[in-house]
Design a protein around this ligand. Structure first.
Ligand code: FAD
Length: 823
C-alpha cells in the first residue's frame, strides 16, 4: 500500500496549473475578451485557452498583454481594450509567473517555476522516480537473498518513511529529484521483498490469491493518493501526509519473523524449525512438519522463483543466454518480456493519465485504483478455472481494443473516456497481475528466477517509459476518426464569407466547409458594392498589415484577370483617375506601389476636370457582383463545400455539427455576437448601363465616383455613418447622378438606372481573430473575419488567407486536445 502511494504520488505533486507571465507593479484592472476584473486571479475561470492572452492595466497606466511564456507592453495606447493592433514591446518572463491557485495552493511546478523553458524538468520527475524503482529492484532483490527478507524489509520501510519526509523538505528541484530517486529505490526494494515475503509464507494452494493481495493493496495505495490529493492542496504537506500514511506499516514490519525458506537457504535450520512450529500452532496443526520435508518443498520453490531475486536452489550458475538456449525458449522469452513491458506500460499510463481525462481528477484516480480490485479477483478465478493462457490472452486483446476505442471517442464524451480508461485498467490489471505467477511457471527451476527477474526488469523499463507516453499526448498530433475531416462552418455568404470558405477549402483540403447564411447573392451588401480595388484605411489596423492584405488580394485577382476565368469571375482591369481639388489633400497612398502604373496626372489629363487641381492616374482591378460571388460559390462547391440557407441566432447552435465556426457575418456580427464596435455606414449607389465608359473617375473625397465594370457602371455615392436605413432615397439618387454627370457629361445618356443601398460593416479595425467560446465543459473555436467597412473587395483575399491560417491553428489545437484524451 505504501508503495502504491509513493509510486503514484507525483500525479498531484507535479501538476501545472493555469499560469501567465508576471509583471512588475500593481495591476488596477484586467480584461479577458469582454469580461473585466480587478485582479488576474478573478479571470482564471474565464481563461480557458493557453493560446489567449490576458490584458492587464497597471496603476501607472501601462497596458500589458500577458501570455504564458512572454508578456508584451502596448506602446502608445492607454485604452483598456482586448484587441490591439498597434506597436508592442515583447519581454521574457523575467519577473516569474502568476499561477492559478484555486485548485492547487502549491505544486512543485509553482514552487520552482517549472514552466516554459523549465517545463521538461517537471516532466522528468516521474521517469527519474521510475528509474530509481528499476535500480532499487535489482539492488534490494539481491541483498534480500544475502541478508534475509526481514532486515531488508526493516531497512526499506524505514527508508521509505524517512525519504518520504525528506522529499517534503527539499529546498530546490534537484534535491527534490535526488530525494525522490532514493525514495523510489527503497520503495521498489520494499515491494520486491514484501512480495517475496508474502509468497514465501503461504502454501502453494493459496499462492495465487496471496500474490494478488499484494497487488490489491498496491491499488489501495493509489486510492489513498486520490483521497489525500483531494484533501491537501499544498505539495509538501501532501507529501508529508502520504509518508505518514506509511508509518503503521513501518511499525508492523518489526513484528514479522524471517521466512523459513530463507532461513533454510542459509542453513539456519533451528530458527526455521521454530518458525514452522509457530505456524503450526497458529494453524492448529498438532504435528508440525520437519525441516527435511521443507527441504523437499524448497526444491520446488515456486515462491523464490516468482520474485526472481531469491532462487537459492541452483548450484550451477546460469545466465541470461539460457533464456535463449533454443528457438522455442527464445520465442517464449521474448513473448514474456513483451507482456511484462506492455503490462507495466499500460498499468502506469492508465494510472498516471487518469488525472488528465477531464472531470474530477481525484475521482478519476480513485476509480482507476478501485477498478484494479475486481481485476485481481477475475485474474485469480480465471487462472484457477480457465488456466493462465486463456485468461491472459483475452485480457491483453481487450486492453488493446480498448486503447483503440479510446482513440476514437470524441474528447467531449468525458464520461465515456473515463469509463473506457477504467475498462482498460481493468483488463491490463488482469494481465499484469497474473504475469508474475505465469512466468515463474513457464520456466524450469534452474532458470526460473532469471526469467522472472529479467521480466521484472522489462516491467521497470515499461514504467520508466510510461510517463513519457502520457506527456507525448501534448505533442503527438494524429487524427482520430472524429476529427478525420474537421467540420468548418462559415457563417455569411457575402464576399468575405465566400472568399474565406474557398480559401479554407483550398488550403486545408482535409476539412469539410459549409457556408450557412440567411442571405445570398444578389441580396448581400457585397452585391451593392462597386467592387473597386482602391483601399480605405482602417485606423485600428497597422498599415503594413493592410498593405499585405491588399497586395495578396491584388495579386490573386490579377492572376484571375490574366486567365480564361476572368469574364465568368467578373474581374477586369480598369484604368482611370483619382482627382483632387487641392494638391495638399493628395497624399501618396500606401497602396500606390501595388496598383499598376501609379503616377501623377498630366496637365493634359487634368484639362478634362477643370474644377480639379491635381490627380493621380493608375490601373487597378474591379470585381463585378454578383458574377464574382457566384463564381466563388461555384468554386467552393467544386472543392466539395456546401451551402445552407439559415439564420444563425446563436453560435452555440452550431456546436453539435461543426468543429470550428468562421464568423463572416459583416454588420450581422453586431447582433449575432453583440459586437458593439461594428456600425453601419450607409451607402447608396446607382447601377447604370453606359458601355462606352471605360475609365474610372473618383473624386478624392471618395463621395463621387464613376466605376465602369463588365456589366454596368456604378455611380456613387454616400457615406452615412450609423444609418440603418436600407430604403433608397430619391433625392440622394438625383444628387449622385448630377455630381457624376458633372464629372462625366456623357452619363446623361446612361440607361437602365437602378438604385441600390448597402450598409458597410465598419469598424476601427477588421476583426480577424480566434476566440474559444466556452460553456461548461464545451468549447467552440471561432475565427472572426468581419468589419471590412468600405474596403472589403480591396482586402478580401488577404483576410481570407489569414482566416484560413487561424482555422488551421484551431484544427491543430483541437487535435492536440483530442490527443490529450488518448493514451
Ligand atoms: P456582407 O456582404 O454583408 O455579407 C454578410 C453575410 O452574412 C450575408 O450573407 C448575411 O446574410 C450573412 N449573415 C449576417 N448575419 C447572419 C446570421 N445571423 N446568420 C446567418 N447569416 C448571416 N469595398 C471595396 O473594396 N471597394 C468598393 O468599391 C466598395 N464599394 C462599396 C460601395 C457600397 C455602396 C457599399 C455599401 C460597400 C462598398 N464596399 C466596397 C465595401 C464592401 O462591400 C464590404 O466591405 C463587403 O461587401 C463586406 O462583405 P461581408 O461579406 O463582410 O458582408
Amino acid at each position: 500500500m505504501s508503495c502504491g502511494i509513493h509510486y503514484l504520488a507525483s500525479v498531484f505533486m507535479a501538476v501545472t496549473p493555469k499560469f501567465v507571465c508576471s509583471i512588475p507593479g500593481n495591476v488596477s484592472s484586467v480584461l479577458y475578451y469582454n469580461s473585466s476584473a480587478s485582479s488576474i486571479e478573478d479571470v482564471w475561470t474565464l481563461w480557458t485557452s493557453t493560446d489567449n492572452y490576458i490584458v492587464a492595466q497597471m496603476e501607472n497606466g501601462e497596458i500589458w498583454e500577458l501570455n504564458q511564456c512572454s508578456r508584451s507592453r502596448r506602446e502608445g495606447s492607454l485604452d483598456l481594450a482586448y484587441e490591439y493592433n498597434g506597436n508592442k514591446s515583447v519581454f521574457s518572463c523575467s519577473h516569474g509567473y502568476i499561477y492559478d491557485h484555486t485548485k492547487w495552493t502549491s505544486t512543485i511546478v509553482t514552487e520552482w517555476d517549472l514552466v516554459c523553458k523549465r517545463e521538461w524538468l517537471a516532466k522528468l520527475t516521474q521517469p527519474t522516480f521510475m528509474l530509481g524503482v528499476l535500480i532499487g529492484a535489482v539492488i534490494f532483490g539481491d541483498i534480500a537473498d544475502r541478508m534475509g527478507r526481514r532486515h531488508i524489509m526493516w531497512f526499506t520501510s524505514i527508508g521509505q518513511f524517512l525519504f518520504g519526509i525528506v522529499v517534503a523538505f527539499t529546498f530546490d528541484y534537484y534535491s527534490f529529484v535526488v530525494a525522490r530517486f532514493l525514495l523510489a529505490m527503497v520503495s521498489s526494494g520494499y515491494l520486491v521483498v514484501v512480495f517475496v515475503y508474502v509468497t514465501e509464507y503461504v502454501g502453494i494452494k493459496v499462492r495465487t490469491w496471496a500474490s494478488m493481495h499484494v497487488h490489491a493493496f498496491f491499488a489501495l495505495g493509489v486510492m489513498v493518493v486520490a483521497l489525500v490529493g483531494f484533501l491537501v492542496r499544498t505539495w509538501w504537506v501532501y507529501q508529508i501526509f502520504l509518508s505518514i500514511t506509511t508509518l503503521p506499516f513501518v511499525l508492523c514490519c518489526w513484528m514479522l519473523p524471517e521466512t523459513p525458506f530463507w532461513l533454510l537457504s542459509v542453513g539456519r535450520y533451528e530458527e526455521a524449525q521454530k518458525v514452522i512450529n509457530i505456524m503450526a500452532r497458529w494453524n492448529k496443526v498438532s504435528t508440525p512438519c520437519k525441516i527435511s520435508e521443507l527441504c523437499s518443498i524448497q526444491q520446488d520453490a515456486l515462491v523464490s522463483s516468482r520474485t526472481g531475486d531469491n532462487d537459492v536452489s541452483t548450484t550451477k550458475k546460469h545466465n541470461i543466454l539460457d533464456l535463449f538456449c533454443n528457438r522455442y525458449i527464445a520465442r517464449r522469452t521474448i513473448t514474456v518480456w513483451l507482456i511484462w513491458f506492455t503490462g507495466s506500460l499500460g498499468y502506469y499510463v492508465f494510472s498516471l493519465s487518469s488525472v488528465n481525462l477531464g472531470g474530477n481528477e481525484y475521482l478519476n484516480l480513485f476509480l482507476i485504483g478501485v477498478v484494479e480490485l475486481p481485476s485481481y479477483v477475475i485474474a485469480c478465478i480465471g487462472m484457477d478455472k480457465l488456466g493462465r493462457r486463456n485468461t491472459l490472452i483475452p485480457s491483453l486483446i481487450s486492453s488493446a481494443l480498448i486503447c483503440v476505442l479510446i482513440m476514437l471517442i470524441p474528447q467531449d464524451f468525458n464520461a465515456l473516456i473515463i469509463l473506457a480508461n477504467m475498462a482498460g485498467k481493468f483488463t491490463i490489471g488482469v494481465a499484469f497481475g497474473l504475469i508474475y505467477l505465469y512466468t515463474a511457471e513457464l520456466y524450469p527451476t534452474i532458470v526460473r528466477s532469471l526469467a522472472v527477474g529479467s521480466g521484472s526488469m522489462m516491467c521497470r523499463v515499461g514504467s520508466v517509459v510510461a510517463p513519457f507516453c502520457v506527456y507525448l499526448t501534448s505533442i503527438w498530433i494524429f487524427m482520430p476518426l472524429s476529427m478525420s475531416k474537421p467540420r468548418i462552418a462559415v457563417i455569411g455568404a457575402g464576399l468575405i464569407g465566400l472568399s474565406a470558405a474557398v480559401c479554407i477549402s483550398e488550403t486545408i483540403p482535409t476539412c469539410s466547409v459549409t457556408i450557412i447564411s440567411d442571405e445570398f447573392t444578389p441580396n448581400t451588401t457585397s452585391d451593392v458594392a462597386a467592387g473597386m480595388l482602391i483601399p480605405h484605411t482602417y485606423p485600428g489596423t497597422p498599415i503594413y498589415q493592410q498593405k499585405q492584405w491588399f497586395k495578396e488580394t491584388f495579386d490573386y485577382l490579377f492572376a484571375i484577370n490574366n486567365s480564361s476565368e476572368a469574364p465568368s469571375a467578373g474581374i477586369s482591369l480598369v484604368s482611370g483617375w483619382q482627382i483632387f481639388k487641392t494638391s495638399s489633400s493628395a497624399e501618396l497612398p500606401f497602396w500606390s506601389d501595388i496598383v499598376l502604373g501609379f503616377r501623377a496626372m498630366t496637365e493634359m489629363e487634368l484639362k478634362k476636370f477643370p474644377q480639379y487641381r491635381f490627380g493621380q492616374a493608375f490601373t487597378t482591378l474591379k470585381c463585378d457582383c454578383p458574377s464574382y460571388l457566384l463564381w466563388l460559390e461555384k468554386r467552393l462547391k467544386g472543392n466539395g463545400g456546401e451551402v445552407h440557407a439559415k439564420r444563425i441566432a446563436n453560435l452555440w447552435d452550431l456546436q453539435n455539427n461543426y468543429d470550428i465556426v468562421v464568423n463572416c457575418t459583416g454588420i450581422g456580427s453586431r447582433q449575432l455576437i453583440g459586437d458593439l464596435k461594428i456600425y453601419p455606414v450607409r451607402g447608396q449607389v446607382l447601377k447604370v448601363h453606359a458601355p462606352w465608359l471605360n475609365h474610372f473617375i473618383r473624386d478624392g473625397d471618395g463621395l463621387s465616383y464613376i466605376y465602369p465594370g463588365i456589366h454596368n457602371v456604378t455611380l456613387g455615392g454616400t457615406r452615412e455613418k450609423g444609418s440603418w436605413n436600407l430604403s433608397p432615397d430619391p433625392n440622394i439618387s438625383k444628387d449622385i447622378f448630377d455630381k457624376c454627370c458633372a464629372l462625366e457629361p456623357s452619363l446623361q445618356k446612361a440607361q437602365d438606372i437602378k438604385v441600390r443601398v448597402g450598409l458597410r460593416p465598419s469598424r476601427l479595425a477588421v476583426r480577424l481573430q480566434k476566440e474559444i467560446l466556452v460553456q461548461g465543459e464545451k468549447k467552440l473555436p471561432v475565427v472572426h473575419n468581419y468589419g471590412h467597412g468600405s474596403g472589403g473587395f480591396s482586402m478580401h483575399w488577404g483576410t481570407a488567407k489569414e482566416a484560413a491560417r487561424l482555422v488551421g491553428e484551431c484544427i491543430a489545437t483541437l487535435q492536440d486536445s483530442l490527443s490529450k484524451a488518448k493514451l
